[in-house]
Design a protein around this ligand. Structure first.
Ligand code: ADP
Length: 474
């Protein structure tokens, strides 16, 4: 843009100057102009071809006067040396000193002896280059010693006048061209600035009203287009973040709805059993104990849900206290998995840990990793058949210690897989849960593994089984 402006202004100066020089060149060489200029300048009724000859002869005459000035008092010699050769264009030559005293008169030798003074008005008429008259100042050693009053045989004045008018016309024309060019480039430059500004304005106005779809349409290659691109990227980012915000708001509303539903269900249940007890509907001791046991279970469930929610929210905002230690993976996982092996001894489900467990140094919070395994294994327990199989295998590769928990359960439909780690996802449309989950377990697992700098993912085939994987970096 800077270059463009500079170029435009330079061109708007250079072009009229070039045009001016060109016009002068044309004028000097054009016969029409030449004829026009010399049309009134005649010498003995013969038209002169070139005015320069006259100018040159006047200049020559002045030089001769200066060269022979010392002889000015010797009339004959001075006349001979200075004037005899200049008679083609000059009809008379008079020389006066700065005070106006006549020093030489080519036509009147006698006038000198009379000590004649030439009046100022007459001298002035020569100085003003009036018709047939011109004057030249005579300098000797940079000292003005007199003025040559030259009477011409030709009318030089009309030439000068015409020449002056033509020069003036060229100047006016060049000036008009200059103004035209400046206007042209100014409009072009201002257009190249105003167009993107208009586009920016439109887009900015849209943004201020929450409309993020008005693209800044400007494709020229300059600094403004760079700015437009940056602005447009900003608009896209704002658009994305506004969409994100809408989504976030939506999921927040859903979250609140889920939380309130999940908490209300056990509370309603507890409330109805308490009311039944109050009204004395539990008539027998056995019935009373059953009611109380339901109330206790529901209270425990409620407590667990509140704990899960608290844990998840703390994990998500990075405020959950983690107790990291760097330890041998083999020792850690052997210990955690041993407790599961014990538990499954009394169950019809087979729980198998594939040994050996690789021995690498991992940074982990043992209690939280145990919680991850517990959540995944508890889920597997819910979905495997009566004599199901749950297998845990471990591997260390590419700086990751990977744990795989595989079951031969009902599997997860492929359309559910992307959502299993979302809050409250239970895979069941109706909230009357067959498996009784809250949909928080895997969301908590994900946050714990992320806090370890690892990853968690799942592979599943309906009616074949599911494998959950998580990795810990080492
Ligand atoms: P919850 O188990 O409390 O419902 P989770 O977050 O632990 O919540 O699990 C989310 C959902 O993922 C479950 O409701 C279930 O649909 C699915 N799921 C998890 N583990 C398995 C599994 N091993 N086999 C089949 N489905 C599973």
């Amino acid at each position: 843009m800077k270059k463009k402006i500079l170029l435009s202004f330079t061109l708007s100066l250079i072009i009229p100057i070039l045009i001016m020089i060109g016009l002068f060149f044309v004028i000097q060489n054009s016969t029409i102009v030449k004829n026009y200029l010399t049309s009134d300048i005649k010498l003995n009724n013969q038209k002169i071809d070139n005015i320069d000859h006259i100018m040159y002869s006047i200049d020559k005459l002045r030089l001769k006067i200066e060269d022979n000035y010392s002889m000015i008092k010797d009339y004959e010699t001075f006349y001979q040396k200075v004037f005899s050769t200049n008679q083609k264009y000059v009809s008379n030559l008079q020389i006066v000193d700065p005070k106006g005293k006549l020093l030489f008169d080519a036509l009147d030798k006698e006038a000198l002896s009379k000590n004649m003074m030439v009046d100022k008005k007459t001298i002035q008429s020569f100085k003003e280059d009036s018709n047939y008259k011109t004057s030249e100042e005579i300098y000797i050693n940079d000292q003005l010693v007199g003025t040559a009053l030259i009477t011409m045989k030709v009318d030089v004045d009309s030439y000068f006048k015409k020449y002056f008018y033509i020069t003036l016309s060229i100047l006016i024309l060049s000036f008009l061209i200059l103004i035209g060019l400046i206007l042209f480039f100014s409009i072009k430059i201002s257009k190249s600035i105003s167009e993107p500004i208009k586009a920016l304005n439109l887009s900015a106005e849209g943004i201020s009203k929450g409309v993020f779809d008005i693209k800044v349409d400007y494709d020229e290659k300059n600094e403004i287009s760079n700015f437009c691109k940056i602005f447009d990227n900003m608009r896209i980012q704002l658009k994305d973040s506004s969409e994100e915000k809408v989504k976030y708001e939506q999921s927040r509303k859903e979250l609140f709805a889920c939380i309130s539903h999940d908490l209300r269900t056990p509370i309603t249940s507890i409330k109805s059993y308490v009311e039944a007890l109050e009204k004395g509907l539990a008539t027998s001791k056995e019935k009373q104990d059953r009611y109380l046991s339901v109330i206790k279970n529901k209270t425990d469930e409620l407590d667990q849900r509140i704990q899960d929610l608290f844990c998840l929210s703390q994990l998500e905002i990075g405020k959950f206290p983690m107790d990291f230690v760097v330890a041998d993976s083999k020792i850690i996982f052997k210990e955690i998995l041993a407790s599961f092996e014990m538990e499954f001894k009394d169950l019809p489900i087979t729980f198998r840990v594939n040994h050996p467990i690789p021995s690498v140094q991992v940074k982990c919070d043992k209690k939280r990793i145990a919680q991850v395994l517990l959540n995944i294994i508890e889920n597997a327990k819910k979905y495997v058949p009566d004599k199901g199989l749950i297998q845990v295998s471990t591997i260390a590769e590419n700086n990751s210690f990977i744990v795989a928990i595989k079951d031969n359960g009902s599997g997860i439909p492929s359309e559910h897989i992307p959502y299993v780690f979302d809050h409250f996802f239970t895979g069941e449309k109706s909230r009357t849960k067959k498996h009784g989950g809250t949909g928080l377990g895997l969301a908590i697992c994900k946050q714990i593994i992320l806090a370890h700098g690892g990853e968690i993912w799942v592979e599943s085939t309906v009616d074949v089984g599911t494998t959950f994987y998580f990795s810990l970096p080492f």
